[in-house]
Design a binder for this molecule. Structure first.
Ligand SMILES: [Ca+2]
Ligand SMILES: [Ca+2]
Ligand SMILES: [Ca+2]
Ligand SMILES: [Ca+2]
Length: 511
């Protein structure tokens, strides 16, 4: 770690004064380091000389770089991030809209907001902030750099823990309203470098992030681990896209209790993780303990697009799922797909008003560790108004079986009986199963087609529902009380909240 020298403290004070007095209202300014007459106020503080001589390198080049205390504004421009850059306690980092940060491959670059640090990454629909690969178009792969990690002081159900993936950063505390800043209109592409085997940084990791933090309009594409993972915390999130990720779309652990609405997860048929890729993968903790706070996050209006239907020849086998041309060959193992929703290890995840298509298993309420099925029976885990279509099996109680098997302990099966998960799904308010994806009337849910569109056509069974928000769990004003199931009201441009700021072809974008 970089030691904070007196010189740095001095620079910090200067930088703070400058950034507080002179950083607004000049959005037409050139990228840092391009004006030879002007010394960049962040030079040798958080920005350093890059290989091309410009002052555009975020981090001093060491593996771990702690930003000195102070407030910094990264002007709109393109930066090369090296190493693990800690937005440490006492640091406020603002990133201007339209900024592009390319993560260094050799140092597994990652931007890490620590407890007491704040990130204001507030892009716009027209000028999102992009954190992406430094590789040239055509050569980008999942895991080209680390990712974005945000850690706060909200509760989790373990002791203070070090965040997954290698960096020093601890997460957790007692302040559920903790504020880590604003992350809005941000894309994270080709992140998830495997630090060690099975120790990846996710696309975006939230460690005990508090409800004072604003999170909306995020797209994670081609992550080499989960697209999003929450470890405890209370942060609420709206408008999230997980696109062609490696492991799970939305992974929730360690007592996460946030509210989430309008989420899209889309699989690539050739990419799945050795741990099995699921839409939701949810644990109370790794042991399935009954530690408080429980994982009780509440999702509404999710659209999960699984691998079935993404390619005519799709097979859920290790031969087929080899990463194709996107395999980074960096040690991350490919695997197969499992469930749209795997809720296990005592999680009490709730999901309403959502649609899932084309997974090998629809729902897996897994009692291998803990008593998740009991929570479901008791109404502590609610899954209502869910429409599933074209799963190989609707439900299973046995992990890695891919069969509709009944089990109350996750291993011993009761022959000839349909699974608890299957039965539970069909007996909840408003849930329906459709044999084919086509019956749902989605415009074009194949992500490999020329013009994918995950919205429902008029007349779709997903639209024009009254009373989708009657459950008390959805009474909070955070939830928009909409009349449709899934992430989108329709297939029209007007209802496409992804318009402008998302990018579904980051491989070929000239950044
Ligand atoms: Ca993970
Ligand atoms: Ca995972
Ligand atoms: Ca997990
Ligand atoms: Ca997984």
């Amino acid at each position: 770690m970089k030691k904070i020298s007196l010189a740095n403290v001095f620079f910090t004070m200067v930088a703070t004064v400058i950034s507080m007095t002179a950083c607004s209202d000049d959005s037409n300014s050139t990228a840092p380091g391009t004006d030879p007459g002007e010394k960049n106020e962040l030079e040798d503080v958080i920005l350093f000389k890059a290989e091309d001589g410009s002052i555009s390198q975020l981090g001093n080049g060491e593996q771990e770089f702690e930003m000195p205390k102070g407030k910094y504004t990264l002007k709109k421009g393109t930066y090369h991030m090296k190493g693990w850059c800690y937005v440490a306690d006492g640091v406020e980092l603002t990133i201007e809209p339209g900024t592009i940060i390319k993560g260094d491959k050799e140092t597994k670059a990652a931007l890490i907001v620590e407890r007491g640090g704040k990130l204001f990454a507030k892009g716009t629909a027209d000028a999102p902030i992009v954190m992406t690969s430094e590789q040239v178009p055509g050569s980008r792969r999942p895991g080209d750099w680390g990712g974005l990690i945000i850690c706060g002081k909200a509760k989790n159900n373990g002791v203070e823990k070090q965040i997954e993936g290698g960096p020093r950063t601890m997460y957790g505390g007692q302040d559920d309203t903790d504020n880590s800043g604003i992350i809005s209109y941000v894309r994270v592409e080709f992140a998830g470098y495997p630090f060690k085997a099975d120790q990846e940084i996710n696309g975006i990791t939230f460690g005990s992030v508090g409800s004072g933090t604003q999170v909306d309009h995020l797209q994670v594409s081609y992550s080499n681990d989960d697209s999003y993972e929450w470890f405890g915390g209370t942060v609420n999130c709206k408008y999230l896209v997980a696109y062609h990720g490696w492991d799970d779309e939305f992974d929730t652990d360690n007592g996460f209790s946030g509210k989430l609405q309008f989420l899209l997860g889309v699989r690539h048929p050739k990419i799945a993780d050795t741990s099995l890729s699921n839409g939701f993968e949810s644990d109370n903790d790794a042991d399935g303990s009954t530690k408080d706070p429980f994982t009780t996050c509440t999702f509404s209006n999710v659209t999960f697009v699984g691998p079935i239907g993404q390619a005519a020849d799709f097979a859920n086998t290790s031969d087929y799922i080899n990463g194709g041309t996107l395999n980074p060959n960096n040690g991350s193992k490919t695997g197969t797909f499992q469930a749209a929703m795997q809720i296990r290890r005592n999680s009490k995840l709730n999901c309403f008003n959502s649609v899932a298509i084309g997974y090998p298993v629809g729902i897996l309420l897994d009692n291998q560790k803990g008593t998740t099925q009991t929570w479901a029976t008791n109404g502590d885990l609610k899954l209502n108004n869910l429409y599933f279509a074209q799963m190989t099996v609707l439900g299973s109680d046995v992990n890695k079986s891919w069969k509709d098997l009944y089990s109350t302990d996750g291993t011993n099966e009761e022959a000839g009986k349909i699974s608890f998960s299957h039965d539970f799904f069909l007996n909840q308010t408003g849930n329906k199963y459709f044999d084919t994806i086509a019956e749902l009337g989605l415009n074009q849910p194949n992500s490999l087609a020329t013009s994918p569109n995950y919205g429902p056509k008029s007349g779709s069974p997903l639209v024009e529902h009254a009373d989708l928000f009657t459950d008390a769990m959805l009474s909070d004003p955070f939830f928009d009380k909409v009349d449709y199931i899934g992430a989108f009201k329709s297939d029209s441009e007007a209802d496409n909240w992804m318009k402008g700021w998302t990018n579904f072809d980051p491989q070929n974008t000239d950044y």
